[in-house]
Design a protein around this ligand. Structure first.
Ligand SMILES: *Cc1c(COP(=O)(O)O)cnc(C)c1O
Length: 397
């Protein structure tokens, strides 16, 4: 059978066709009025996409580059910081903070779980200069309670900064960045923005800008103050990834279109879309007799435990070989134990139904037993129908 290559990975994600064509067509030099207009429009739109009044910067690097920038700009060697980690991306915060000489207090939750807020509260004290966490831990599919964590940090009564890696959280999760008081929130182009890897972005609070005046860690390319100064003049400090900015402009237009001309509304819809695709996927997985890996599942992706005695690598391979569908294996110690199906960005009903239909065939192969066709699909369809019906009631009410 003909097979279309499709990504179900938590980054990179499927590309928006309009973003691809915008990229291919873009030729302007970066020190021209044309680029300046695009750059300024994109930065203004990014505030709406993130949902913040804070300054937004867009840099040419992968998401980890801006994670590193957050550490190097906001901390000094020997600063005490708190890392909340429950997976491979949380561990990245620990590695980065140590690389810049911070004294790192690590509060970890087991893979597949999230933190108890009481434990977080016990660790946030006057000495902690910054708290680092993920909004959604893409290695385990867990959603962390960013609002609850932010409340604790704000209630601590000192100037502790809260830094959130929302690289898969933005565009899949409702996040009130300014209302909750998130100081730095970080995203990446290859996730909900439906474009290739290469850009990462952040929104930075006044408190975080203030901190940067006193920190002493080494930074050069990732000196956010320099980028901010340039951005105020409609420029970047160094050569920007011009064609990716064109793609980003097109992606933001698409999200605005989802909101009927209102970008903030479009973002809400994009998040609701991820939530619904995720709920359908969870229902389908459970109806197929599978267990979810995450205790508090994110809308960004669904992590599913491999059935007893089956290496999840076999499932990943079967998806690829039979359907050219790319799903993700577990990372690190979780390799072989789970597989991950993402719903970040450019996914719809048919993608979701398609992967669940394929899942039934894949399970039949790896388990070597006859599956009841349609049970995953029916469970997902019930979720979809319920969501549609509930929305109708809302409109009618
Ligand atoms: C994708 C991702 C990153 C960044 O990875 P890069 O490869 O550097 O873009 C960081 N954190 C989370 C939660 C992610 O999903």
């Amino acid at each position: 059978m003909l097979r279309k290559n499709r990504l179900f990975t938590p980054g990179p994600t499927p590309l928006l066709p309009a973003a691809q064509t915008a990229m291919a067509a873009f030729t302007a030099h970066h020190r021209t009025a044309d680029f300046k207009a695009l750059f300024q429009r994109v930065l203004a739109d990014m505030k709406e996409f993130i949902g913040t009044q804070n300054d937004v910067l867009v840099l040419a690097c992968s998401g980890t580059g801006v994670m590193e920038a957050a550490v190097s700009n906001l901390t000094s060697p020997r600063d005490k910081v708190l890392v909340l980690t429950a997976g491979k991306f949380g561990e990245r915060w620990t590695g980065l903070a140590k690389a810049f000489g911070c004294e790192v207090d690590v509060l970890s939750a087991p893979y597949g779980e999230t933190f108890s807020l009481a434990e977080v509260r016990a660790r946030v004290n006057l000495d902690v200069r910054a708290v680092f966490v993920q909004a959604t831990e893409s290695s385990t599919g867990v959603r962390h309670d960013v609002e609850g964590i932010a409340k604790i940090v704000r209630a601590s009564g000192n100037d502790t900064l809260l830094v959130v890696d929302a690289i898969t959280g933005l565009g899949t999760t409702h996040l009130d960045v300014d209302g909750w008081g998130i100081d730095v929130i970080i995203g990446g182009s290859q996730k909900a923005l439906m474009m290739p890897p290469g850009l990462a972005y952040c929104a930075v609070s006044e408190g975080a800008w203030k901190r940067m005046d006193t920190t002493t860690s080494a930074r050069y390319y990732f000196d956010l103050r320099k980028e901010r100064k340039s951005a105020a003049k409609g420029e970047t400090a160094y050569t920007p990834a011009t064609s990716l900015f064109a793609a980003l402009g097109a992606a933001l237009e698409f999200v605005r279109g989802m909101g009927g001309g209102n970008l903030a509304k479009g973002r809400e819809k994009l998040v609701n879309n991820a939530e619904l695709c995720a709920e359908m996927t969870r229902a389908g997985a459970k109806a197929s007799g599978l267990n979810l890996y995450a205790s508090a599942p994110a809308a960004a992706l669904t992590a599913i435990s491999a059935p007893e005695g089956v290496d999840s690598g076999k499932i990943v391979k079967e998806f690829r070989e039979s359907f050219d569908a790319v799903v993700a294996n577990g990372q690190g110690e979780m390799k072989g134990k789970l597989f991950r199906i993402a719903h970040i960005g450019y996914y719809d009903y048919l993608d979701t139904i398609g992967i669940l239909g394929a899942l039934e065939h894949v399970l039949e192969r790896v388990l070597e037993k006859k599956m009841e066709y349609g049970s995953a699909l029916r469970a997902a369809q019930e979720v979809y129908a319920r969501a549609v019906a509930e929305k109708r009631q809302l409109v009618d009410a």
